[in-house]
Design a protein around this ligand. Sequence first.
Ligand SMILES: [Zn+2]
Length: 418
Amino acid sequence: MPESAIFKARRIANSDNDGWLNDHAVVVDTGGRVEAVIPSSTLGDTSGKKTYDLGDVFLLPGLVEAHSHVHVSPDLDGFANITTETDDRMVMRAVGAVRKALLSGVTTMRDIGSRNEVIFPVRDAIESGVIPGPRLQLAGTPITTTAGHCWMFGTEANTLEDVVRVVRQQVKLGANVIKIMASGGNFTPTSNPRMTQYPAETLRAAVVEAERLGIYVVAHSHATDGIRNCIDAGIHQIIHCRWLSSDPTVAMDYDPEGAVQLADNGTWVDPTIGLSVLGAEARAAGAPQRQLHWGVSAARPSPEQTIEVLKDMRDKGVRYTTGLDMGMAYADYDKSAYNAISFVELLGYTPWEAIAASTSVTAEALRVNDTVGSLRSGMIADMMSVAGDPSEDIRALAISTDVVKGGVPVKLEGRALV
Ligand SMILES: [Zn+2]
């Protein structure tokens, strides 16, 4: 249970996540909420409140990670991992994954595709205090076609009626977001990343049903035709958004008008490019290049081409969320900072823009920005600190010093308490 507490730090991110407050303190109430963020010199009588002087650190809101798959490990071949392990083994793996994420500074995490039997009990265990982990927003199994992307752990649904039935089923199990595969994906040999999996009317039916039940829909699409279907269907968020041409001899088929429509519709995009930085670093350290999917091996977009398109989409007003794709190769659960690192190093964000993307902006996309993502009165006291100044060098975000969830420290001075 949280107790009244005070967290003093040399620098604390302001409530807009665009500058530092020097020598301030976060005062936390017994409900684990921020009572006030005030200069330490004005604290007055602090008796009755436990005081933590975090010292010469940079204190930020806890990171918001929008894309994990906690039933799999980045250290294993994902396909083999999913097709051979038991649910029990995956639950044990997931317990380790959520703890690792929390201790790295992730206090809110959205899992958009894990086995129902694994992920819902894990969230229940976190909420009951049985295991440590971030606040979880969950899709459970993704919705896909027979043999479609992630069929190994997805729920297969082919017709419009079937998709609507599965949306309802996931909500019944506890989903607060729906994940649907609008195109094939690299992970699944029996799918085709260049081609759509559902017509727009079927995606639209999922959107209508999710909205009726008070939640939203996140769609995976590498394919340009899949992105177009998502636009027509009013899908709320798109993952990857790579504009792959349906012609296997042509790498990309970017549609700038489509990007304008995404911006006008307020469709969020998770460009999953933290993974690109991590993959490049892993290969530079000697890791082998992953085998390419047969659907893209003939004409693969170059990294430069991909970045150029993502920059153009941003220039047109498309808003990006974090989303590392945790659990996939190279994307370990303590690497959420690589979202912000890639935004600065590849997309030209300022460090503060990238910090906001990893906190308040993605909290807005997850519809939880009224409770997490910034440090101000009334918000849940979820915080993380780092030793270096991430507004100078964004890579400082990668090593957390302290982590606080709901006013309770789970890591102090680099030492895990859970
Ligand atoms: Zn994913």
